[in-house]
Design a protein around this ligand. Structure first.
Ligand code: PLP
Length: 374
């Protein structure tokens, strides 16, 4: 039977495949009524720390708050600068602004889309306090050169691993390589909650303790507040759901990688199309499967008309967002990020994607390049 439309992500298919386990986990929380920092939060923190290969994990409200708490715990604030890629989701920059520090942007590598490590050191000034490499799309930024620059200048490294659950950088899990790893469990992430959620990972005991009370009003004992903290806790219900889903994640990541392989085979040689390069030093968990073409908008329309959903990650880099006009950057400052913003298209990618669906997407792309690209 011919496949009709293809969704970009299919959360319903995933939910249907685990509904009994999820139901039981939710039922347990409901019967205990321990909705805030209940035992399931600690259980999930333990499971996730083991998954990342870190000593500590602290469950938080979302990925943005994870980044924000990491910066606060490192005493980064007004008058400080933090280096991050121009090609990222806005949350990376917003966390820096939220603590009053200045985001200093760096262009990306045109093949991997991650921060161009050669441009990091030239961006360091006496005010620089940290670097936030983002493991965008599901593959790791090249961490070793970043750690070397950080070591030479006494900087912290915070990994934005919101799109990289389970990605390995030279055999080490993203989120365990820098001082702190920040994860998001936004529903469509590779490990997604049924609402918002996030996690901090670290091997630094002192930071772990501080981040864990900072997320809970700075409370060190009942009604004792050592610092002006936030309410940024991971919900018990989300933790219970995430523990169930974490058990399936390795299988889901394998499925994503297998789908990417099929896409690559079917799309190789399709004129005018470039597929994101896989880096030698990283595995890829394919949060996103991205292709590039100068006819991006027309291709997207062509697919849309055939009920094939796609995404653009992202249509504008940070320095061209109105929210960041105040940084004083302009068009042309980060040419690779700007070029990608005009060319990238994310194809349907989720573990439950079927071969026929991938074939349908590839056929329609071929047809576009054969007949319809103008
Ligand atoms: C790279 C990146 N950083 C941070 C975030 C923020 O995560 P959240 O939506 O959970 O706040 C996201 C996702 O939304 C992201 O993709």
């Amino acid at each position: 039977m011919r496949v009709k439309g293809v969704p970009f992500v299919d959360l319903a298919a995933q939910q249907a495949s685990i509904q009994t386990e999820i139901g039981a986990a939710i039922q347990r929380v409901l019967s205990e009524c321990n909705f805030v920092l209940g035992p399931q939060v600690e259980e999930f923190e333990r499971d996730f720390a083991r998954f990342v290969g870190c000593e500590h994990a602290v469950g938080v409200s979302n990925g943005l708050d994870a980044l924000r708490l990491a910066l606060i715990a490192m005493d980064i604030g007004p008058a400080d600068e933090v280096i991050l890629p121009a090609n990222t989701y806005i949350a990376t920059a917003l966390a820096v602004s939220a603590v009053g520090a200045r985001p200093v942007l760096v262009d990306c590598n045109p093949q991997t889309y991650n921060i161009d490590v050669n441009l990091v050191e030239p961006a360091v000034t006496p005010r620089t306090k940290a670097i936030i490499p983002v493991h965008l799309t599901g593959q790791a930024a090249d961490m070793d050169p970043i750690l070397e620059v950080a070591g030479r200048h006494g900087l912290r490294v915070i990994e934005d691993a919101a799109q990289a659950h389970g990605t390995l950088y030279k055999g080490r899990s993203c989120g365990s390589v820098g001082s702190v790893g920040c994860f998001s469990f936004y529903p469509s992430k590779n490990l997604g909650a049924y609402g918002d959620g996030g996690m901090l990972t670290t091997n630094d005991q002192e930071l772990a303790t501080r981040m864990s009370y900072l997320r809970n009003y700075g409370q060190t004992a009942k009604y004792r507040h050592a610092e002006k903290g936030l309410n940024a806790r991971l919900d018990t219900l989300q933790a219970a759901i995430l523990s169930v889903k974490l058990r399936h994640l390795p299988r889901w990541s394998k499925a994503r990688a297998a789908h990417a392989k099929v896409y690559r085979e079917l799309l190789s040689g399709v004129g005018g199309l470039v597929v994101q390069q896989e880096a030698r030093y990283s595995t890829h968990v394919y949060h996103l499967f991205i292709v590039e073409t100068e006819w991006r908008d027309a291709l997207r329309e062509h697919l849309d008309a055939r009920e094939i959903q796609t995404g653009i990650h992202y249509p504008a880099p940070i320095h061209l967002q109105r929210a960041y006009e105040d940084l004083g950057y302009g068009e042309g400052d980060f040419p690779e990020s700007e070029r990608l913003a005009k060319r990238v298209l994310s194809l349907p990618m989720f573990p439950e994607l079927r071969r026929e669906q991938i074939e349908r997407v590839a056929e329609e792309i071929e047809e576009f390049f054969a007949y319809g690209q103008q």
